[in-house]
Design a protein around this ligand. Structure first.
Ligand code: ZN
Ligand code: ZN
Ligand code: ZN
Length: 374
């Protein structure tokens, strides 16, 4: 999606976010932040420009008005962004040096945080124009910049989760056996859009042995009776993400399939129950992983337990061993343990969870019991 997004947030909301980001940068010892088109820019300004070779860059520095450096031909669109009243626009025309123009704005040597997704050619141009500057990964310097959601963001995430849940309630009624994975994936995408998503990021349909590959792309495989089928789908609705997984079975499952599914469900429950303020992210991972390891399947749980979600479907905080970041009310992330048995089948169960003062609250509420499909 390009152009200015439809946003429930006002210029004052964006001004507050930009001020908070600049202050956080100063606290992290940075002279400022350089934000490229992408999720950080969307969150800070509501502006989602086309990503091209022409430099577009938001310059944030403590105590200074935010400046958006923008190609002249994009300036009219940028001026319509919901956050535009909180920034000053500095356009540059083709043939001029955008790095020199940006350098004049920075005006100080120092260390700047720069978006992880900034193009290397732009960073190299800045380094040439300002040899006294150095750069840090914005995400590494300020991992929690977008991590704690406010009430309006939580409502949007809950609405996106509810739309994903409606998608699951419908997909469980369709025929799986005898159809290609790609056909069920197309059904998932259509349902997500029908229930309000403007963007579908992924529709994983992984049947039988394909389920052992956590990020299997739905393909030409024909779903068989007796297959476990991992479904994992999500995208953006009103600019905020959904991401849920359920594992269904075509016809009656074997005892082992049921046992592994129950195990993953218990692990998901344990991860969810570990969620409360002050607990480290890694403890959510440990709680889910311990259930699977204790049952002897530890080597088959081959990914982290969860990831944050917001204006993207994958972002900090990560529920992973070594992440000591304490949970804070308002954080939103997935709890999605899985077991993947190579050559046989996989099971993953995923809900988005938000941290409240008393513990976790699920933003996905469809049954986590195994659903039998046709
Ligand atoms: Zn089976
Ligand atoms: Zn997922
Ligand atoms: Zn996920």
């Amino acid at each position: 999606m390009t152009g200015s997004t439809t946003s429930p947030f006002t210029a004052d909301d964006y001004r507050a976010r930009m001020e908070r980001a600049a202050a956080a940068a100063a606290d992290a010892g940075l002279a400022g932040l350089l934000v490229a088109p992408g999720p950080d820019m969307v969150w800070l300004t509501g502006y989602a420009p086309p990503v091209t070779e022409r430099l577009t860059l938001l310059v944030l520095a403590p105590g200074r008005t935010p400046v958006l450096v923008v190609p002249t031909l994009e300036a009219p669109d940028a001026a319509k962004a919901p956050g535009a009243p909180a920034m000053s626009l500095r356009d540059w025309t083709d043939g001029k040096d955008p790095y020199a123009a940006t350098a004049a704005l920075l005006a100080v040597d120092g260390r700047f945080g720069i978006s992880d997704n900034a193009w290397a050619m732009h960073l190299l141009g800045l380094q040439r124009a300002l040899p006294g500057t150095s750069y840090a990964s914005l995400t590494e310097a300020l991992p929690m910049l977008r991590g704690v959601k406010d009430a309006a963001e939580l409502r949007l995430l809950a609405a996106a989760g509810a739309a994903a849940d409606r998608t699951f309630e419908e997909i469980r009624k369709v025929t799986f056996g005898g159809r290609r994975e790609s056909e069920v994936a197309a059904d998932l995408a259509a349902l997500l859009r029908q229930y309000g998503h403007e963007q579908v990021d992924f529709t994983i349909v992984a049947s039988g042995p394909n389920g052992a590959d956590p990020h299997h792309e739905a393909g030409d495989s024909v779903i068989q009776r007796g297959d476990m089928v991992v479904l994992d789908f999500g995208g953006l609705m009103d600019g905020y993400g959904s991401d849920t997984s359920r594992t269904v079975h075509v016809g009656e499952p074997t005892d082992e399939e049921r046992r592994v599914h129950d195990l993953v469900r218990e692990a998901q429950e344990a991860g969810f129950r570990a969620v409360r303020p002050g607990v480290a992210c890694q403890d959510v991972d440990r709680a889910a992983r311990a259930v699977i390891a204790d049952a002897g399947y530890g080597e088959y749980f081959i990914h982290r337990t969860g990831h944050g979600i917001g204006v993207t479907t994958h972002e900090p905080p990560y529920m992973i061993e070594g992440e000591r970041q304490p949970l804070v009310p308002g954080m939103c992330f997935s709890v999605e343990p899985g077991v993947y048995l190579p050559g046989r089948f996989g099971v993953r169960i995923e809900d988005i969870v938000t941290v409240t003062e008393d513990g976790g609250r699920r933003l996905n509420t469809t049954t986590r019991e195994m659903v039998i499909v046709e």
